[in-house]
Design a protein around this ligand. Structure first.
Ligand SMILES: C[S@@+](CC[C@H](N)C(=O)[O-])C[C@H]1O[C@@H](n2cnc3c(N)ncnc32)[C@H](O)[C@@H]1O
Length: 440
């Protein structure tokens, strides 16, 4: 597939847009060293995701291995983000074309890493979502665009600024091919929905009656006659005449007294209402009882649960290369998927270590700048979870140094990171103390 995709035929131009070849051939992460426990559910990589993604692709045999990629990159906000304990987490400085090119480089590599059954979900807010849609059409092909999900991210705001309250963000969903993993997600029918099943047939089955035709003129079989009837002007039959005959023979078509056929949709055959592209039920931490890590911009775990369930299977490999507090990784692991996470922020890596090993704490437990006490953190003593860690040799010294600054406080992710870093040999530490968590 060309970069412009089959249906697109146009592209975004901006200064310093690299060619695909230049992006693929760029610098790879060098001298990566790994810690791999036996019963590992996933692997965490520390560092800039661009060279790491290239290494996964070209050096570590991961091309086509991932069934699901979810990313929640910086949103081009121009802000600096701190954790609840006021440690620097990451900076979100890139704007405009620079931001787009930053994302595009990663998207080209992620496309190569996805399996043919794979999907990508990209989370952004209203600042760059439109421009990014065009970039994704170029990289994935517009024919592989599946949905633009609107998520309600917070409660209504009572701003006085001259616009509408900003409570939505967006998730773009693309598949690599048209045969991608899809596990239909459903919701319990609401009272309002149940009212639509207002008919009872001769066998006592509750059903609703829906039209057999849909808008749009078709020239093939579905545009022709069925039982001597043409579809209404401007419409076509939803099924081929042979299928309509079968539905009728099975008693699944209701004929009105004026001879109008409608399909019966039975309540007892419906496993729930399909999830639509507006998600209202996954606001980010909004009350004191919700469990969080304290990392800034962490997403609602239930949002990730829906995505992981819909677009991967047990045993699938799931990738999040802007892992943050590890929401995707945690949920993927809990749902029996394997995962690979990348983040370049020290705070993120320490948070993920804490989260996977020890769990999250109630939001109300983060008092002022204090960490929650150990008792307030949900522990998994009976089910220890293990994961691998990969760092570049040049970064190991800095990581060890930063992790050692962990206080006495047992609920600090640095303690957990420090524990894992002991598995790396001190001989592997280089003197170059290049900073992890530098500004993006
Ligand atoms: C919005 S946060 C992700 C939050 C995450 N979804 C969660 O639920 O916690 C974005 C993350 O991307 C990371 N990041 C930004 N640029 C990066 C890069 N070039 N390589 C690796 N990580 C990066 C930041 O450190 C930050 O943790």
């Amino acid at each position: 597939m060309g970069e412009l995709g089959k249906l697109g035929g146009f592209e975004l131009t901006y200064p310093n847009k690299a060619t695909r070849q230049e992006i693929l051939r760029g610098e790879r992460a060098n001298s990566l060293i790994d810690y791999r426990p036996n019963t590992s559910e996933g692997d965490l990589y520390c560092g800039d995701n661009l060279p790491i993604l290239r290494s996964l692709l070209f050096d570590r045999g991961m091309r086509g291995k991932f069934d699901l990629v979810y990313i929640d990159p910086p949103f081009a906000t121009g802000s600096r983000f701190e954790s609840r304990k006021q440690s620097h987490a990451y900076s979100d400085n890139l704007r405009g074309a620079e931001f787009l090119e930053f994302l595009r480089c990663r998207l080209i590599l992620l496309h190569e890493l996805l399996s043919d059954a794979g999907s990508l979900y990209l989370h952004l807010d209203s600042r760059m979502i439109c421009e990014t849609k065009i970039i994704l059409d170029e990289v994935f092909g517009s024919e592989n665009f599946r949905a633009l999900i609107t998520r309600k991210k917070s409660n209504p705001k009572n701003y006085t600024r001259k616009s509408y309250g900003n409570i939505a963000d967006y998730i773009l969903f693309y598949s690599k091919t048209d045969s991608y993993i899809w596990n239909r997600q459903t919701l319990q029918p609401t009272e309002e929905h149940l009212k639509e099943y207002r008919y009872i047939d001769e066998n006592g089955r509750r059903h609703m009656r829906v039209p057999l035709h849909a808008p749009g003129v078709r020239n093939g079989e579905t545009g022709g006659e069925w039982k001597g009837m043409l579809p209404p002007p401007g419409k076509h039959w939803q099924y081929k005449p042979s299928t309509l005959d079968q539905l009728d023979a099975d008693g699944h078509i209701h004929w009105s007294t004026s001879g109008n056929p409608r399909k019966k949709v039975y309540l007892d055959e419906n496993e729930g209402v399909s999830v639509q592209d507006i998600w209202l039920d996954f606001k980010d931490a909004h009350n004191q009882n919700i469990k969080i890590t304290g990392y800034p911009t962490e997403k609602n775990p239930e949002l990730l649960e829906r995505i992981v369930k819909a677009s991967s299977n047990k045993g699938s490999l799931v990738l999040d290369c802007f892992a943050g507090s590890g929401t995707t990784l945690d949920i993927a692991g809990k749902l029996g998927r394997r995962w690979l996470g990348v983040d370049e922020s020290f705070e993120a890596i320490a948070t993920i270590c804490q989260r996977i090993a020890k769990g999250t704490a109630r939001m109300g437990s983060f008092r002022d700048t204090q960490l929650p006490s150990l008792e307030e953190v949900l522990l998994f003593p009976d089910e220890p979870r293990h994961f691998g860690l990969t760092v570049s040799r040049s970064m190991l010294g800095t990581l060890k140094q930063q992790a050692q600054q962990a206080g006495e406080h047992q609920a600090d992710g640095r303690c957990e990171l420090s524990r894992i870093l002991r598995f790396f040999d001190d001989d592997e530490v280089e003197t170059d103390l290049s900073a992890i968590g530098r500004s993006t």
